[in-house]
Ligand binder design. Sequence first.
Ligand SMILES: Cc1cc2nc3c(=O)[nH]c(=O)nc-3n(C[C@H](O)[C@H](O)[C@H](O)COP(=O)(O)OP(=O)(O)OC[C@H]3O[C@@H](n4cnc5c(N)ncnc54)[C@H](O)[C@@H]3O)c2cc1C
Length: 407
Amino acid sequence: MRTATAPVAPETIDALGTIVAQADRGGGKISIAGGNTLSGMGLPLEAPALALSTLRLTGVVANESADLTIAVRAGMTLQGVNVLLAGQGQFIPFDAPAPQYATVGGTLAAGWLGPRRHRYGRLRDYLIGSAIVLADGSVARAGGMVVKNVAGYDMSRLYVGSFGTLGILVQANFKTIPAPGHARIFLAPLPERTRERAFAALAALPVAPSAAFWVDGFHNSIDGDDGNEGRVAVLLDGSEALLERATRDLRSALGRAGVPETRVFDTGARESFQRIVDAYVANLGERSVTYRIASFPTESAERALNIQQLARRYDLRTETIVDALNGDVVLRASGLDSRTLGGKIESFDDAIHELEPGAQVIACEHPHRVHLNAWGEAPAAVERMRALKARFDPNRTLNPGRFVGGI
Ligand SMILES: Cc1cc2nc3c(=O)[nH]c(=O)nc-3n(C[C@H](O)[C@H](O)[C@H](O)COP(=O)(O)OP(=O)(O)OC[C@H]3O[C@@H](n4cnc5c(N)ncnc54)[C@H](O)[C@@H]3O)c2cc1C
């Protein structure tokens, strides 16, 4: 974290509220961190800040397993929640990298849409209630523990994706769903001539896969060898009978698209999926920069190729993951070392934004990262976002400057 002090880690909501209230009254600034897995995103804070960690704000507040709801403190890790839920045959589709570190609060604050959204929907749709410490230290509560109690605007959702600039999430209540019994993963080489047809075939399958990727590079993320043109990796989950049907459909659809051979395995399928997701923010220290570009599934392969070519013009090595069902493109560009990357990183950043104005930096440890266009082109709603910041955090106490447009 780019902060001046060692983190303080309060153990209770009250203690956290007191710290925030004091900072707010005294003009102090607070930088919020959970598992820090997204510390490579965003702009430097506009002033030295007190680092506030949520990692000791843990524990289950309520677990109504028969009602398929759970309430947890925001510093709990995703792995902690998943292991607990797995023990009762349930799950929440958290897709974040490094779930052993990533926290519930950081995940909601980042508000990403993960690869399994095509099948399971957005994480925010599982959020049924929350507690937030506001910039003046007071606690706001929204929603509750029942799935249908929302009257009017659901305030919990306002904080999802606000990167800690509107309040600090201290508790989240979720609905859960029964965990799919079995998982299976498909791997196959994906020659360039087959890509377009394979993507279209994946989108049209009668039983939607949980996730599907074209992975090019990131060698250790699936089975060590991804060939020159990358691999397609598809995750299926559900009952045994559903998997059998989905497997037949997928195999023949990929075969018709010209994908040469398919390898299928059940053991370790979920771990392989997680390794692909982990790779999104894997970084090579100071010699790489990783971008995320939102796209339509039908355009994503071509856009990935265009930015790969651009990186090659800068003599940068590329690794790419394309989410075939949702369209997200992740590109990691690396130089031989920090110095060679440093000589071109800023002009490459300009060039990538000319091609893809919305490209966001998601991981970079190079010292020049502060000069990059970290959020890409500001969204049309940026003025409304500024107005919300002014209303919720008038003294700019929480994560000031980190978010898009310097919010
Ligand atoms: C490939 C990929 C897939 C992803 N898929 C999904 C997905 O499916 N669904 C999804 O929701 N997210 C997804 N994410 C994003 C995910 O939110 C983060 O990767 C991670 O879970 C953040 O957790 P963290 O504790 O490490 O946060 P940190 O890195 O510590 O913080 C992230 C941001 O949140 C702020 N923050 C941290 N804790 C709090 C808090 N308690 N209150 C307010 N602000 C806080 C921080 O200041 C920072 O701005 C994905 C990310 C990647 C790279």
